[in-house]
Design a protein around this ligand. Structure first.
Ligand code: XIL
Length: 322
């Protein structure tokens, strides 16, 4: 979809089979995979779960790459760009990291360093970009009080970027978060401060990932997106929409699907226009595999294909925009 623009890709994130959102949908896999793998549809992919700490280092020093490899290999086999997600994040963290409260600074430095050395080392050369640190900010733009922050303060962010840069020098290093799509929000300001903090410390950061989990009935305009991206691009080389979906209040109707179409179109317009916006990733394109319904009760239809594999109006909207 991104072919005619300056963007590198329009992609779709995907999960590994066997995880709960796919259970009971075995009969749909063939059609799903056909769309996912079609290079005319999506030029990029991201594992929605498989590279997270919970899966890659479930026990201290015990690494497992099976889930992540599923999507990494799919990318390889179908010629897609791979974004890798996510090295240091407070959520879907292994319980052994999260549950312990008496970490020393030295131990925590070592745990982060070992995790990144192994995980980024394993997929070295395969990841166009890594979400090095994910969601380090609270809604008010201050640092989130994660276990990493509570032990190390902002040092953990610097450490994560430094280690990743060392382990896989060829990958783009991203800070990734949600709610940082609007130009005047306090969280956008927080993201800029975080990037500036790294730059002041002489630590490399290449990109800001705007997750863009949007709401159909109250979505940013292309101008909003553009304005936000330009703020980040004063600090970093590139930006991307990394987890785009647009949730609708159940049941979706013609009006809300039109709002949704506009949401997707505004993102596409903005990214196509701004040099430095490398691409857009939809956080799974098939509604039954979306995280939205089970995470936000009463919301749904956030993707681009309905359960019966008919297209949301947004598909033609995006195709015509790009
Ligand atoms: C979500 C996945 O899609 C779900 O399957 C999982 O249960 C929870 O996480 N921000 C992120 C993503 O950075 O990793 C999250 O993905 C959605 C919010």
């Amino acid at each position: 979809w991104a072919k005619k623009t300056g963007m590198m890709y329009y992609g779709a994130a995907t999960d590994t089979p066997g995880q709960r959102e796919r259970a009971g949908y075995e009969a749909q896999y063939a059609k799903y995979d056909e769309i996912l793998k079609d290079p005319k549809q999506f030029g990029q992919t991201t594992p929605t779960n498989g590279m997270k700490w919970l899966f890659t280092e479930p026990e201290p020093g015990v690494f497992n790459y099976t889930e992540g490899d599923f999507v990494a290999n799919l990318a390889k086999d179908t010629g897609k760009i791979l974004r890798c997600h996510a090295l240091v994040w407070h959520s879907q963290l292994a319980p052994w990291v999260e549950a312990r409260t008496n970490w020393t600074k030295a131990e925590m430095r070592e745990v982060i360093t070992r995790h990144i050395t192994n995980v980024a080392g394993y997929w070295k050369g395969q990841c166009y970009a890594w979400d090095v640190v994910n969601e380090a900010l609270d809604e008010d733009g201050s640092y989130r009080k994660s276990v990493f922050y509570n032990v190390l303060g902002e040092e953990y962010i610097k450490l994560a970027f430094e280690v990743t840069a060392r382990v896989d020098p060829g990958t783009k290093l991203y800070y990734n978060d949600y709610g940082i799509e609007r130009p005047a929000s306090v969280k956008t300001a927080g993201a800029k401060r975080l990037v500036q903090m790294l730059k002041d410390a002489g630590v490399r950061i290449d990109g800001v990932g705007m997750q863009a989990h949007l709401h159909a009935d109250n979505h940013p305009t292309a101008e909003d997106h553009e304005n936000t991206m330009r703020q980040y691009l004063e600090l970093v080389e590139e930006v991307a929409f990394t987890e785009l979906d647009v949730r609708i209040t159940d049941p979706a109707n013609e009006t809300s699907l039109e709002w949704q179409k506009d949401s997707y179109v505004q993102v596409a317009k903005a990214c196509a226009k701004v040099k430095g916006c490398v691409g857009i990733t939809v956080w799974d394109f098939y509604d039954p595999f979306s995280w939205v319904p089970y995470t936000f009760p009463g919301k749904g239809a956030a993707g681009l294909w309905f359960e019966d594999f008919t297209e949301h109006p947004a598909v033609q909207g995006v195709v015509q925009t790009l």
